[in-house]
Write a new protein. Structure first.
Lengths: 356, 125
């Protein structure tokens, strides 16, 4: 959470996350370069520069594969949410690894080009009309450019400046970039690979990402948040006994947005389900000390006024609530972010035996 | 001028315009549109690469915010449904590309003996 922007926000958890990530990258490169050159075998004798290029390229692919597995895993199983916490640092580090790969390639293969080496990269192979021998470099250039854009716009400033929905759309380019990388490898190094250890690892990684995203989309579609019925601008959320203390029920509004209705110690409050930071699902968080914590990055809000605790300045819209018999109803029009709404007390429920 | 030179020239022009936009935005625009950025200067160099790359979007957002056209409910319009498309299209694309890449691989039979097509150029060959 931010009051004033600082270059990079770190806390103990982020230090640990980054340290594990850095150790993983160094370990991968060390193993690739020094421990298992025979296992990952290169079919022809290669020099150290090409070996380095392959090591960094393989590392970037593996990092991106892990990054793209985190999202669907966190949707399917909440135990993976901590991996989501600092994924942006992961992405920035991946960009540097991919840049190292590109740098080794360009400075080796185009070192003695008669023209500018970047020009040489663009016109070295122009067989765009055939699949075998297709200029796979263009996929790499596209993916690297995308990674650069995403890394360069990863600071929290960009989230606030562009708004979370625009930022998310921009960063959805990562999926296109991953497909481009799969094409870059499939039509590039895979064409010449006779030892299938590398081919198997690559294909398993790509298929894992494909399978997890397909499964997560199906899982979300099957068990997604439901729409309520609307009458005179009020949407039925559910029954008064449905929401557990400290938790919320999420409903989809007619315009497609989501509202989260919380039960805080027997009193109901409703706020937007979209966190002001990255539009994370606030309704999947739990209330602790009167504040709901976003499960994605830990941003906190008071559910009665949608405001982050001072000195933080983030705010989300609130909604008016009412009870109609045993039904909880929420007004479909949001109040401006930070508007206080008096919580609605739940009637004391009779124990089941007495009702019987 | 060939096509590669034209592409690189467009990239350079894009970068120069981005640098001009970065200079203007980071010296006075950012304070105008984001109160959290006021009196915060150390983070600003980190913003420069982003402006160089996506300066048209920066100009658009700068205009929207500076002229009061920002519509606050838009900030909370989540796009979670978009993942359905990712979940459908990305796996198809990956499988098609893997199959295509695998099908055009050229493998040489291992049992064919090498054939010298031309005479050695040097005595050592």
């Amino acid at each position: 959470m931010s009051v004033k922007y600082i270059p990079v926000q770190w806390n103990q958890n982020k230090w640990i996350y980054d340290a594990v990530m850095l150790i993983g990258v160094v370990a991968f490169l060390y193993i690739f370069l020094f421990v298992t050159p025979d296992i990952l075998s290169h079919d022809y004798r290669i020099n150290p520069q090409v070996h380095n290029a392959r090591a960094f390229g393989a590392c970037a692919f593996l990092m991106l594969t892990v990054i793209l597995c985190i999202g669907p895993l966190a949707r399917i199983d909440k135990r993976f949410l901590p991996l989501l916490y600092n994924r942006r640092h992961f992405g920035v580090m991946t960009t540097f690894v991919a840049l190292s790969h590109a740098s080794y390639i360009i400075n080796w293969y185009f070192a003695f080009a008669r023209s500018d080496k970047y020009e040489a990269l663009l016109f070295a192979n122009t067989s765009y009309t055939q699949i075998a021998g297709f200029p796979f470099e263009v996929f790499g250039v596209f993916a690297l450019t995308t990674l650069l854009i995403l890394a360069a716009t990863s600071h929290d400033f960009w989230l606030k400046f562009l708004t979370p929905p625009v930022w998310k759309r921009l960063h959805s380019l990562i999926y296109v970039a991953y497909v481009a990388i799969v094409a870059h490898v499939s039509l590039g190094i895979l064409q010449d690979q006779q030892n299938h250890v590398f081919s198997f690892i690559f294909m398993a990684g790509a298929l894992l990402v494909a399978g997890l995203h397909a499964y997560a989309a199906w899982w979300q579609w099957r068990g997604g948040d439901s729409r309520g019925t609307v009458r005179d601008g009020w949407l039925t959320v559910g029954n008064i006994g449905e929401i557990e203390d400290g938790l919320a029920k999420i409903k989809v509004l007619p315009n497609g947005d989501r509202v989260a209705v919380f039960n805080q110690a027997g009193k109901l409050s409703a706020i937007s389900n979209a966190c002001a930071h990255q539009n994370g699902p606030l309704g999947e968080g739990r209330i602790l000390d009167c504040l709901v914590t976003c499960p994605w990055h830990g941003f906190q809000y008071n559910v009665t006024d949608g405001r982050s605790p001072a000195p933080f300045t983030e705010m989300v819209p609130t909604f008016n609530l009412r009870l109609r018999g045993a039904d909880i109803e929420v007004h479909t029009d949001p109040n401006p972010p930070g508007t206080y709404v008096e919580p609605v007390p739940l009637p004391q429920l009779q124990p089941v035996e007495t009702l019987a | 001028m060939d096509q590669a030179e034209i592409i690189l020239m467009i990239v350079r022009i894009w970068g120069v315009i981005g640098a001009v936009v970065a200079l203007g935005f980071l010296t006075f625009g950012i304070d105008q549109v984001d109160e959290d950025a006021q009196d915060a200067y150390v983070f600003r160099p980190l913003i420069v690469p982003g402006i160089l790359l996506i300066w048209p979007i920066v100009i658009w957002r700068w205009f929207v915010l500076a002229t009061g056209r920002d519509h606050w409910p838009n900030r909370y319009h989540t796009r979670r449904r978009n993942h359905h498309w990712v979940g459908m299209l990305m796996p198809i694309a990956i499988i098609v590309i893997l199959a295509t890449g695998w099908s055009v691989r050229q493998t040489w039979p291992a049992h064919i003996a090498p054939v010298q097509l031309s005479a050695p150029q040097e005595p050592t060959q």
